[in-house]
Design a binder for this molecule. Structure first.
Ligand code: PLP
Length: 368
Protein backbone atom coordinates (compact mmCIF):
# COMPACT_ATOMS: atom_id res chain seq x y z
CA UNK A 1 0.00 0.00 0.00
CA UNK A 2 1.29 3.46 -0.78
CA UNK A 3 -0.04 6.42 1.15
CA UNK A 4 0.06 10.15 0.58
CA UNK A 5 1.56 10.52 4.07
CA UNK A 6 5.19 10.90 3.04
CA UNK A 7 6.97 8.27 5.15
CA UNK A 8 8.62 5.43 3.18
CA UNK A 9 11.05 2.59 3.79
CA UNK A 10 13.12 2.02 0.63
CA UNK A 11 15.11 -1.17 0.30
CA UNK A 12 18.16 -1.09 -1.96
CA UNK A 13 18.58 -4.63 -3.26
CA UNK A 14 21.80 -3.73 -5.10
CA UNK A 15 23.32 -2.74 -1.73
CA UNK A 16 22.06 -6.04 -0.28
CA UNK A 17 23.87 -7.94 -3.03
CA UNK A 18 26.99 -5.88 -2.45
CA UNK A 19 26.90 -6.78 1.25
CA UNK A 20 26.37 -10.42 0.40
CA UNK A 21 29.53 -10.27 -1.73
CA UNK A 22 31.40 -8.93 1.31
CA UNK A 23 30.14 -11.91 3.33
CA UNK A 24 31.09 -14.25 0.50
CA UNK A 25 34.68 -12.95 0.46
CA UNK A 26 34.95 -13.34 4.23
CA UNK A 27 33.42 -16.83 4.18
CA UNK A 28 36.15 -18.22 1.92
CA UNK A 29 35.27 -21.79 1.02
CA UNK A 30 32.45 -22.05 3.57
CA UNK A 31 28.83 -22.05 2.39
CA UNK A 32 26.40 -19.29 3.38
CA UNK A 33 22.97 -19.52 4.95
CA UNK A 34 21.60 -16.00 4.34
CA UNK A 35 19.65 -15.25 7.50
CA UNK A 36 16.26 -13.86 6.45
CA UNK A 37 14.32 -14.39 9.69
CA UNK A 38 11.98 -11.65 10.95
CA UNK A 39 10.90 -10.78 7.40
CA UNK A 40 14.58 -10.37 6.50
CA UNK A 41 15.15 -8.03 9.45
CA UNK A 42 12.26 -5.92 8.19
CA UNK A 43 13.52 -5.77 4.59
CA UNK A 44 10.94 -8.14 3.05
CA UNK A 45 11.78 -11.84 3.14
CA UNK A 46 10.56 -12.74 -0.35
CA UNK A 47 12.15 -9.75 -2.06
CA UNK A 48 15.42 -10.39 -0.22
CA UNK A 49 15.37 -14.12 -0.96
CA UNK A 50 14.73 -13.36 -4.62
CA UNK A 51 17.58 -10.81 -4.76
CA UNK A 52 19.98 -13.37 -3.28
CA UNK A 53 18.71 -16.33 -5.28
CA UNK A 54 21.70 -16.65 -7.61
CA UNK A 55 24.22 -15.80 -4.89
CA UNK A 56 23.41 -17.70 -1.72
CA UNK A 57 23.89 -21.35 -0.84
CA UNK A 58 20.89 -21.39 1.46
CA UNK A 59 18.48 -19.44 3.64
CA UNK A 60 17.96 -19.46 7.39
CA UNK A 61 14.68 -18.45 9.00
CA UNK A 62 12.14 -19.48 11.62
CA UNK A 63 8.71 -20.45 10.30
CA UNK A 64 8.05 -23.66 8.41
CA UNK A 65 5.31 -21.74 6.56
CA UNK A 66 7.86 -19.23 5.25
CA UNK A 67 10.17 -22.04 4.17
CA UNK A 68 7.31 -23.73 2.31
CA UNK A 69 6.41 -20.43 0.64
CA UNK A 70 10.03 -20.10 -0.55
CA UNK A 71 9.90 -23.61 -2.00
CA UNK A 72 6.66 -22.77 -3.77
CA UNK A 73 8.38 -19.71 -5.25
CA UNK A 74 11.06 -21.95 -6.68
CA UNK A 75 13.89 -21.60 -4.17
CA UNK A 76 15.73 -24.92 -4.23
CA UNK A 77 18.62 -24.16 -1.86
CA UNK A 78 18.83 -25.72 1.60
CA UNK A 79 16.61 -23.92 4.11
CA UNK A 80 17.64 -23.96 7.76
CA UNK A 81 14.94 -23.58 10.40
CA UNK A 82 16.78 -21.81 13.22
CA UNK A 83 14.44 -22.94 16.00
CA UNK A 84 13.74 -26.31 14.40
CA UNK A 85 10.17 -27.52 14.44
CA UNK A 86 7.57 -27.07 17.12
CA UNK A 87 4.94 -29.79 16.76
CA UNK A 88 4.64 -33.30 15.27
CA UNK A 89 2.41 -31.87 12.50
CA UNK A 90 5.43 -29.91 11.15
CA UNK A 91 7.45 -33.01 10.32
CA UNK A 92 5.62 -33.98 7.13
CA UNK A 93 6.44 -30.57 5.63
CA UNK A 94 10.10 -30.94 6.60
CA UNK A 95 10.27 -34.17 4.66
CA UNK A 96 8.15 -33.09 1.72
CA UNK A 97 9.93 -29.74 1.21
CA UNK A 98 13.40 -30.92 2.21
CA UNK A 99 13.84 -28.44 5.05
CA UNK A 100 16.69 -28.58 7.55
CA UNK A 101 15.50 -28.22 11.14
CA UNK A 102 17.74 -27.25 14.02
CA UNK A 103 17.41 -29.96 16.66
CA UNK A 104 18.05 -28.56 20.10
CA UNK A 105 15.93 -30.59 22.52
CA UNK A 106 15.09 -34.23 23.24
CA UNK A 107 11.39 -33.47 22.80
CA UNK A 108 12.07 -32.94 19.10
CA UNK A 109 13.84 -36.29 18.85
CA UNK A 110 10.81 -37.98 20.46
CA UNK A 111 8.54 -36.33 17.90
CA UNK A 112 10.81 -37.52 15.10
CA UNK A 113 10.85 -41.05 16.48
CA UNK A 114 7.05 -41.13 16.41
CA UNK A 115 6.81 -39.78 12.83
CA UNK A 116 6.17 -42.14 9.90
CA UNK A 117 8.76 -40.38 7.71
CA UNK A 118 11.64 -38.25 8.81
CA UNK A 119 13.64 -35.27 7.52
CA UNK A 120 16.81 -36.17 5.75
CA UNK A 121 19.10 -33.43 7.01
CA UNK A 122 19.33 -31.56 10.30
CA UNK A 123 21.53 -29.36 12.44
CA UNK A 124 22.37 -30.49 15.95
CA UNK A 125 22.45 -27.40 18.11
CA UNK A 126 25.26 -27.32 20.60
CA UNK A 127 24.96 -25.13 23.69
CA UNK A 128 28.40 -23.57 24.01
CA UNK A 129 27.54 -21.25 26.87
CA UNK A 130 24.76 -18.96 25.68
CA UNK A 131 22.30 -21.23 27.50
CA UNK A 132 19.46 -20.48 25.16
CA UNK A 133 19.00 -23.51 22.90
CA UNK A 134 21.04 -26.64 22.44
CA UNK A 135 22.50 -29.82 23.83
CA UNK A 136 25.52 -29.92 26.11
CA UNK A 137 28.71 -31.24 24.49
CA UNK A 138 28.50 -34.46 26.50
CA UNK A 139 24.98 -35.17 25.14
CA UNK A 140 25.90 -34.90 21.48
CA UNK A 141 27.21 -38.47 21.07
CA UNK A 142 23.90 -39.96 22.23
CA UNK A 143 21.86 -37.48 20.20
CA UNK A 144 23.82 -38.31 17.07
CA UNK A 145 23.43 -42.01 17.60
CA UNK A 146 19.70 -41.69 18.17
CA UNK A 147 19.33 -39.64 14.98
CA UNK A 148 21.28 -42.20 13.02
CA UNK A 149 19.02 -44.95 14.34
CA UNK A 150 16.11 -42.84 13.04
CA UNK A 151 17.76 -42.73 9.62
CA UNK A 152 18.85 -39.10 9.90
CA UNK A 153 22.43 -39.10 8.71
CA UNK A 154 23.04 -35.71 7.07
CA UNK A 155 23.96 -33.79 10.19
CA UNK A 156 25.70 -30.50 10.82
CA UNK A 157 26.90 -29.31 14.21
CA UNK A 158 25.72 -25.80 14.96
CA UNK A 159 26.18 -23.36 17.81
CA UNK A 160 25.60 -19.65 18.36
CA UNK A 161 28.09 -17.22 19.87
CA UNK A 162 26.88 -15.01 22.72
CA UNK A 163 29.77 -12.55 22.55
CA UNK A 164 31.28 -12.55 19.08
CA UNK A 165 30.47 -8.83 18.96
CA UNK A 166 32.20 -7.90 22.24
CA UNK A 167 35.80 -7.92 23.43
CA UNK A 168 35.13 -11.27 25.15
CA UNK A 169 35.07 -12.96 21.75
CA UNK A 170 34.58 -16.63 20.89
CA UNK A 171 37.62 -18.42 22.38
CA UNK A 172 35.76 -20.43 25.04
CA UNK A 173 32.79 -21.58 22.91
CA UNK A 174 35.01 -22.30 19.90
CA UNK A 175 37.22 -24.47 22.10
CA UNK A 176 34.15 -26.50 23.14
CA UNK A 177 33.27 -27.08 19.48
CA UNK A 178 36.83 -28.06 18.65
CA UNK A 179 37.02 -30.47 21.57
CA UNK A 180 33.77 -32.08 20.52
CA UNK A 181 34.95 -32.49 16.94
CA UNK A 182 38.14 -34.08 18.17
CA UNK A 183 36.09 -36.70 20.03
CA UNK A 184 34.19 -39.68 18.56
CA UNK A 185 30.87 -37.92 19.26
CA UNK A 186 31.65 -35.02 16.94
CA UNK A 187 34.07 -36.59 14.51
CA UNK A 188 33.38 -35.86 10.86
CA UNK A 189 30.47 -33.50 11.43
CA UNK A 190 30.45 -30.31 9.35
CA UNK A 191 29.88 -27.20 11.44
CA UNK A 192 27.91 -23.96 11.27
CA UNK A 193 29.23 -21.48 13.81
CA UNK A 194 29.67 -17.91 12.58
CA UNK A 195 27.09 -15.12 12.71
CA UNK A 196 28.00 -11.75 11.16
CA UNK A 197 30.25 -10.67 14.02
CA UNK A 198 32.24 -13.92 14.05
CA UNK A 199 32.42 -14.01 10.25
CA UNK A 200 33.91 -10.52 10.20
CA UNK A 201 36.21 -10.76 13.20
CA UNK A 202 37.14 -14.42 13.70
CA UNK A 203 38.38 -16.27 10.60
CA UNK A 204 38.83 -19.40 12.72
CA UNK A 205 35.04 -19.68 13.07
CA UNK A 206 34.32 -19.83 9.33
CA UNK A 207 35.26 -23.41 8.53
CA UNK A 208 35.91 -25.07 5.17
CA UNK A 209 33.98 -26.18 2.11
CA UNK A 210 31.73 -28.58 4.09
CA UNK A 211 30.85 -25.93 6.66
CA UNK A 212 28.33 -23.08 6.78
CA UNK A 213 28.28 -19.51 8.08
CA UNK A 214 25.11 -17.62 9.03
CA UNK A 215 25.38 -13.88 8.39
CA UNK A 216 22.32 -11.75 9.10
CA UNK A 217 22.75 -8.10 10.04
CA UNK A 218 25.74 -7.50 7.79
CA UNK A 219 23.64 -8.35 4.72
CA UNK A 220 21.34 -5.48 5.68
CA UNK A 221 24.22 -3.06 6.08
CA UNK A 222 24.20 -2.95 9.89
CA UNK A 223 27.33 -3.31 11.97
CA UNK A 224 27.27 -6.05 14.61
CA UNK A 225 29.84 -4.08 16.61
CA UNK A 226 29.38 -0.99 18.76
CA UNK A 227 32.95 0.14 18.04
CA UNK A 228 33.12 -0.37 14.25
CA UNK A 229 30.89 1.30 11.68
CA UNK A 230 29.28 -0.63 8.86
CA UNK A 231 31.18 1.58 6.38
CA UNK A 232 34.50 0.53 7.95
CA UNK A 233 33.52 -3.09 7.24
CA UNK A 234 32.73 -2.16 3.62
CA UNK A 235 28.96 -2.54 4.02
CA UNK A 236 26.36 -0.36 2.34
CA UNK A 237 23.05 0.68 3.93
CA UNK A 238 20.12 -1.28 2.52
CA UNK A 239 17.11 0.32 4.21
CA UNK A 240 16.37 4.03 4.06
CA UNK A 241 13.60 5.36 6.26
CA UNK A 242 12.59 8.70 4.80
CA UNK A 243 9.82 11.23 5.30
CA UNK A 244 9.19 14.95 4.96
CA UNK A 245 8.66 18.04 7.07
CA UNK A 246 4.96 18.66 7.57
CA UNK A 247 5.29 21.67 9.87
CA UNK A 248 7.70 24.39 10.95
CA UNK A 249 7.66 26.39 14.18
CA UNK A 250 9.64 29.50 15.03
CA UNK A 251 10.31 29.53 18.76
CA UNK A 252 11.37 32.21 21.23
CA UNK A 253 13.88 31.70 24.03
CA UNK A 254 12.58 29.43 26.78
CA UNK A 255 9.88 27.67 24.76
CA UNK A 256 9.54 23.91 25.07
CA UNK A 257 8.99 21.18 22.51
CA UNK A 258 6.78 18.09 22.49
CA UNK A 259 5.24 15.89 25.20
CA UNK A 260 6.72 16.63 28.60
CA UNK A 261 8.46 19.68 27.18
CA UNK A 262 11.80 17.90 27.56
CA UNK A 263 13.61 20.24 25.16
CA UNK A 264 13.71 23.96 25.95
CA UNK A 265 15.20 26.60 23.63
CA UNK A 266 18.15 28.67 24.83
CA UNK A 267 17.87 31.03 21.87
CA UNK A 268 15.25 31.74 19.24
CA UNK A 269 15.19 28.85 16.79
CA UNK A 270 13.35 27.25 13.92
CA UNK A 271 12.26 23.66 14.32
CA UNK A 272 10.73 21.23 11.87
CA UNK A 273 8.03 18.63 12.47
CA UNK A 274 8.60 15.31 10.67
CA UNK A 275 5.89 12.81 9.72
CA UNK A 276 7.49 9.92 11.61
CA UNK A 277 6.84 8.70 15.12
CA UNK A 278 7.08 5.64 17.26
CA UNK A 279 4.00 4.13 15.61
CA UNK A 280 6.10 4.04 12.45
CA UNK A 281 8.80 2.12 14.31
CA UNK A 282 11.08 5.04 15.12
CA UNK A 283 12.45 4.43 18.65
CA UNK A 284 10.56 6.43 21.26
CA UNK A 285 13.67 6.36 23.44
CA UNK A 286 15.70 8.37 20.93
CA UNK A 287 16.68 11.45 22.96
CA UNK A 288 17.28 15.03 21.89
CA UNK A 289 20.39 14.97 19.72
CA UNK A 290 19.69 11.77 17.81
CA UNK A 291 21.15 12.13 14.30
CA UNK A 292 18.74 12.88 11.45
CA UNK A 293 19.10 14.78 8.17
CA UNK A 294 16.88 17.39 6.53
CA UNK A 295 17.26 18.81 3.01
CA UNK A 296 20.69 17.25 2.70
CA UNK A 297 22.01 18.63 6.01
CA UNK A 298 22.84 16.60 9.11
CA UNK A 299 21.00 17.78 12.20
CA UNK A 300 19.44 16.44 15.42
CA UNK A 301 16.08 15.51 16.87
CA UNK A 302 14.54 17.65 19.61
CA UNK A 303 12.39 16.55 22.54
CA UNK A 304 10.31 13.41 22.83
CA UNK A 305 9.33 11.28 19.87
CA UNK A 306 5.54 11.12 19.70
CA UNK A 307 3.33 8.52 18.06
CA UNK A 308 3.19 10.11 14.62
CA UNK A 309 5.72 12.96 14.68
CA UNK A 310 9.06 14.10 15.90
CA UNK A 311 10.83 17.47 15.97
CA UNK A 312 14.15 18.46 14.40
CA UNK A 313 16.54 21.36 14.78
CA UNK A 314 16.50 23.59 11.66
CA UNK A 315 19.05 26.06 13.08
CA UNK A 316 21.56 25.44 10.29
CA UNK A 317 19.02 24.69 7.57
CA UNK A 318 17.37 28.00 6.60
CA UNK A 319 16.30 26.52 3.26
CA UNK A 320 14.14 23.88 4.99
CA UNK A 321 10.43 24.29 4.40
CA UNK A 322 7.27 22.22 4.65
CA UNK A 323 7.80 19.34 2.22
CA UNK A 324 11.59 19.22 2.63
CA UNK A 325 12.93 15.67 2.54
CA UNK A 326 14.03 14.02 5.80
CA UNK A 327 16.22 10.94 6.23
CA UNK A 328 15.60 9.10 9.51
CA UNK A 329 18.26 6.56 8.57
CA UNK A 330 19.93 5.34 5.40
CA UNK A 331 20.71 7.30 2.25
CA UNK A 332 17.96 9.51 0.90
CA UNK A 333 17.06 12.87 -0.60
CA UNK A 334 17.14 14.23 2.95
CA UNK A 335 20.77 13.20 3.45
CA UNK A 336 22.73 10.28 4.86
CA UNK A 337 22.24 8.97 8.41
CA UNK A 338 23.90 5.88 9.86
CA UNK A 339 21.23 3.56 11.29
CA UNK A 340 23.73 2.26 13.83
CA UNK A 341 24.27 5.83 15.12
CA UNK A 342 20.50 6.33 15.50
CA UNK A 343 20.29 2.99 17.30
CA UNK A 344 23.20 3.84 19.61
CA UNK A 345 21.62 7.19 20.50
CA UNK A 346 18.38 5.37 21.35
CA UNK A 347 20.14 2.71 23.43
CA UNK A 348 19.46 -0.11 21.00
CA UNK A 349 20.93 -1.82 17.93
CA UNK A 350 20.16 -1.40 14.24
CA UNK A 351 18.67 -4.93 14.21
CA UNK A 352 15.82 -3.65 16.35
CA UNK A 353 15.28 -0.48 14.30
CA UNK A 354 15.00 -2.46 11.06
CA UNK A 355 12.70 -5.12 12.52
CA UNK A 356 10.49 -2.51 14.18
CA UNK A 357 9.48 -0.56 11.05
CA UNK A 358 5.71 -0.68 11.29
CA UNK A 359 3.32 -2.23 8.78
CA UNK A 360 1.79 1.22 8.19
CA UNK A 361 5.06 2.37 6.58
CA UNK A 362 4.95 1.59 2.84
CA UNK A 363 8.01 -0.33 1.66
CA UNK A 364 9.58 0.03 -1.78
CA UNK A 365 12.27 -2.17 -3.31
CA UNK A 366 14.85 -0.90 -5.77
CA UNK A 367 17.88 -2.21 -7.61
CA UNK A 368 16.58 -5.73 -8.24
C1 PLP B 1 19.84 -14.37 13.93
C2 PLP B 1 20.82 -15.45 13.90
C3 PLP B 1 21.99 -15.35 13.13
C4 PLP B 1 22.39 -14.07 12.41
O1 PLP B 1 22.98 -13.20 13.35
P1 PLP B 1 23.58 -11.79 12.90
O2 PLP B 1 24.15 -11.22 14.14
O3 PLP B 1 22.42 -10.98 12.41
O4 PLP B 1 24.57 -12.07 11.84
C5 PLP B 1 22.81 -16.44 13.06
N1 PLP B 1 22.52 -17.58 13.73
C6 PLP B 1 21.43 -17.71 14.50
C7 PLP B 1 21.18 -18.97 15.23
C8 PLP B 1 20.54 -16.65 14.62
O5 PLP B 1 19.46 -16.78 15.40
Amino acid sequence: MTTSRPIRASIDLAALRHNFAVARRLAGAAKIWAVIKADAYGHGQFQVAQALYDLTDGYALLETETAVALRERGHRQPILLLEGFFAPEDIAALVHFDLTPTLHHHTQLDMLAAAPKRPISACIKLNTGMNRLGFRPQEVGAVRQRLQELGIHRLTLMNHFAEADTSVGIREPLLRVQQLRASDAGAGLPVSLANSAALIRYPESRGGAEDWVRPGIMLYGGSPFSDTTAAAIGLQPVMTLASRLIGIQTLQVGERVGYGGTFQTEKPMRIGIVACGYADGYPRHAPTGTPIAVAGVATRTLGRVSMDMLAVDLGDIPQAKVGSPVTLWGVGEGGTVDADAVAAAAGTISYELFCAVAPRVPRQWQGA
